[in-house]
Design a protein around this ligand. Structure first.
Ligand code: SF4
Length: 403
């Protein structure tokens, strides 16, 4: 019988070519590092990378390193079907004796605690994407530093960054977060992580799937990886979470539920359109909530020109700042309602419940609000950002209120 080829079609790299290039890159760079690590978020690209690398080691196509550590980046904002699939894969890794560490940001730095407790507005495309660094890169750097301290030598960090076949031609790696079909964080692990404090100079990164197209990823997750000869991995659930057979066309970007930076909730839309996951539809309320929290009525504003700690003048007078306590409590209430609506639906349908905000995180948010916590540089006595005031420009000139 003819063995199916993974990536059929004249425009695609065929299975052998795609995997051969992956094997070549691992053979070229792998042996000079005794210790490997994989930055895994449970999304499609890094899950494909993880399962393929373990398979290639299992069948002897690449030489196993002395140690392999998998770092599962748990942001607490993962799309539930992916988080559930990750649990199944972690059990399979454990059964193979592969070390897997779950990496989570410290309580006060977690996405919802930082926003609703500390009052920092949800990220948007102008806020330098603080979330990616804070809930993905910094915790990963910390976990790597701790691991490096127990090992002799450096670590080769494998990431799921992809650029498609064009990468072979132009040899360019971009931050993948904003790219179609990319997985948030992988580009940062590739580009930013090696320079992180504590691990600078101690890790090298490699993107063995750089040349893979999104269709290659879906085919691996859905068709090959679940087959026993390829490892028998529980990866089909990942492809299913993105629309099963139609996943390829959807080309969904992977990241947090309700990511405020994605233009559309494509992945979440696909998930809640499936009968099994339709009870997660209340999660669609997250993105509008994050947008609403950024409105002037929910935030403070500097009244005039601001003198910074070093005596210099801030470049953006009258900048908008943190969330008011009322806004934070409103946000907390909405997130808890979304969670309980999902979980009521889950219980009715005998489906898995979600854990968006646990008791410890909720208590910490309430504690931070009760302690009247403001982000650095804010006292809480600034006016709300919808208060009419004379305009002050960066050069110090002022335009009074027109009455
Ligand atoms: S998916 Fe969105 S919210 Fe989550 S870390 Fe990435 S950019 Fe931030």
């Amino acid at each position: 019988m003819r063995q199916p080829t993974l990536f059929e079609g004249s425009k695609r790299l065929v299975y052998d070519d795609a995997v051969d290039l992956t094997v070549q890159s691992l053979q070229a760079y792998g042996p000079s590092h005794d210790h490997w690590a994989i930055a895994w978020s449970g999304g499609k690209d890094s899950s494909a990378l993880l399962t393929l690398v373990v398979h290639l080691i299992d069948v002897g196509r690449i030489t196993a390193p002395k140690t392999l550590t998998v770092f599962y980046a748990d942001t607490r904002q993962e799309l539930p079907p992916l988080a559930i699939a990750a649990q199944a894969i972690m059990a399979q890794l454990a059964a193979r004796g592969i070390r897997c560490e779950v990496v989570t940001a410290p309580l006060d730095k977690r996405f919802l605690v930082y926003i609703l407790g500390r009052g920092v507005p949800p990220p948007n495309n102008n806020t330098l994407r603080w979330c990616t660094r804070q809930i993905k890169i910094d915790p990963m750097a910390g976990a790597l530093e701790a691991r490096l301290d127990t090992l002799d030598g450096n670590i080769l960090m494998l990431t799921g960054v992809r650029q498609g076949e064009s990468a072979i031609r132009d040899n360019r790696i971009a931050m993948s977060c904003g790219k179609d079909g990319a997985e948030c964080g992988q580009g940062w692990y590739q580009e930013v992580l090696p320079n992180a404090k504590g691990i600078r100079g101690r890790i090298a990164t490699l993107a063995p799937l750089l040349h893979w197209r999104v269709c290659n990823v879906w085919d691996w997750l859905r068709i090959y990886a679940p087959i026993k000869d390829y490892g028998g991995w529980s990866t089909a659930a990942i492809a299913d979470a993105y629309g099963g057979d139609e996943a390829e066309e959807k080309n969904a970007r992977t990241g947090c539920a309700g990511c405020p930076l994605a233009s559309k909730d494509l992945a979440l839309d696909t998930i809640v359109a499936m009968p099994d996951w339709s009870y997660l539809a209340p999660l669609k309320g997250l993105k509008p909530l994050y947008r609403e929290l950024r409105l002037p009525t929910n935030r403070l504003r500097k009244a005039g020109i601001e003198t910074l700690k070093d005596g210099s003048i801030a470049a953006n007078p009258q900048r908008m700042g943190p969330l008011t306590f009322d806004a934070r409590l409103m946000g907390l209430d909405r997130v808890l309602s979304i969670q309980s609506d999902c979980n009521n639906g889950a219980r009715q349908q005998n489906r898995p419940t979600i854990d968006l905000l646990n008791r410890e995180e909720e208590a910490r948010i309430r504690e931070l609000i009760a302690a009247e916590t403001w982000p650095q540089g804010w006292d809480g006595d600034e006016p709300t950002a919808d208060t009419p005031m004379a305009s002050i420009f960066a050069d110090g000139s002022m335009q009074p209120l027109l009455v």
